[in-house]
Design a binder for this molecule. Structure first.
Ligand code: HEC
Length: 176
C-alpha cells in the first residue's frame, strides 16, 4: 500500500469509529455546548438519530452496551421498563427524571436520573427511546416511540417539578 493509502485508511477508521464512541459530558460543559455537538440532520432515521443522542445523553450512565453499572446505574438491556407494552412510563422518566428505590432485573438501584424536559425536544426523546426499545444488538423488538406520544405526555405533565419514583410510575398505565 502506498503511504497515501495508509494515511487514508487511518483517517477512515478514525472517522468511522468515532460514530460508535460514547460522547459524554466534559467537565464544566454547559447543556448548550453538549447540544451543539449533536449533529442536526433531519434526514437521519429515528434509529440513527437515537443512537447518536444515546451516546451523548445516556451512555455516560447506562453505558454503550446498555447494561449499566452494577449498583449504580440500571441496565436498559432487557429492562422491564424499557420493554413495557407502551412507552408511557419511560417517556415520563426521560422528561422529568427518576429517583428512589427501584428493582430492575432483580437488582436494586437508588440514585437519581436527571430530567431532560428542557434539553430534548419531542422528536429527540422519541428517537432516543426508539433506539433503546428497538435496538437489535440488545435483542429488543418493542414498538417504536413517536414524537406525538412524547408531545401528549409532555403537556399532560407540564406542571411537574419533581423526579418520578418507581412507585408513582407503577400507577401510570404502561400503554394507552
Ligand atoms: C446521570 C446518570 C444517568 C443518565 C445520564 C441517564 N440515566 Fe437513565 N437512569 C439513571 C438512574 C440512576 C436510574 C434509576 C433511578 C432510580 O434509582 O430511581 C435510571 C433509570 C432509567 C430508566 C428506567 C429503569 C431502567 O433501567 O430501565 C430508563 C428507561 C432510563 N433511565 C433511560 C435513560 C435514557 C433514555 C437516558 C438518556 C436520555 C438516560 N436514562 C440518562 C441514570 C441516568
Amino acid at each position: 500500500m502506498t503511504l497515501v493509502g495508509v494515511a487514508w485508511s487511518v483517517f477512515y477508521v478514525a472517522r468511522n469509529a468515532g460514530a460508535f464512541s460514547p460522547v459524554v459530558y466534559e467537565m464544566g460543559e454547559t447543556p448548550a455546548e453538549v447540544l451543539a455537538r449533536v449533529p442536526k440532520d433531519d434526514s437521519m432515521s429515528p434509529m440513527r438519530r437515537g443512537r447518536r443522542l444515546y451516546g451523548t445523553y445516556c451512555a455516560a450512565c447506562h453505558q454503550w452496551h446498555g447494561r449499566g453499572i452494577p449498583e449504580q446505574f440500571p441496565p436498559l438491556t432487557q429492562s422491564e421498563w424499557v420493554l413495557a407494552s407502551g412507552p408511557n412510563r419511560i417517556i415520563r422518566i426521560v422528561l422529568d427524571g427518576m429517583d428512589g428505590a427501584v428493582t430492575i432485573r432483580g437488582q436494586e438501584y437508588n440514585s437519581p436520573m436527571l430530567p431532560w424536559r428542557e434539553l430534548l425536544n419531542d422528536e429527540e426523546i422519541a428517537s432516543v427511546l426508539t433506539f433503546v426499545r428497538c435496538n437489535k444488538q440488545w435483542n429488543h423488538a418493542a414498538e417504536p416511540v413517536t414524537p406525538e406520544q412524547v408531545r401528549r405526555i409532555r403537556s399532560q405533565t407540564a406542571d411537574r417539578t419533581s423526579y418520578w419514583t418507581a412507585e408513582e410510575l407503577n400507577s401510570v398505565p404502561e400503554s394507552d
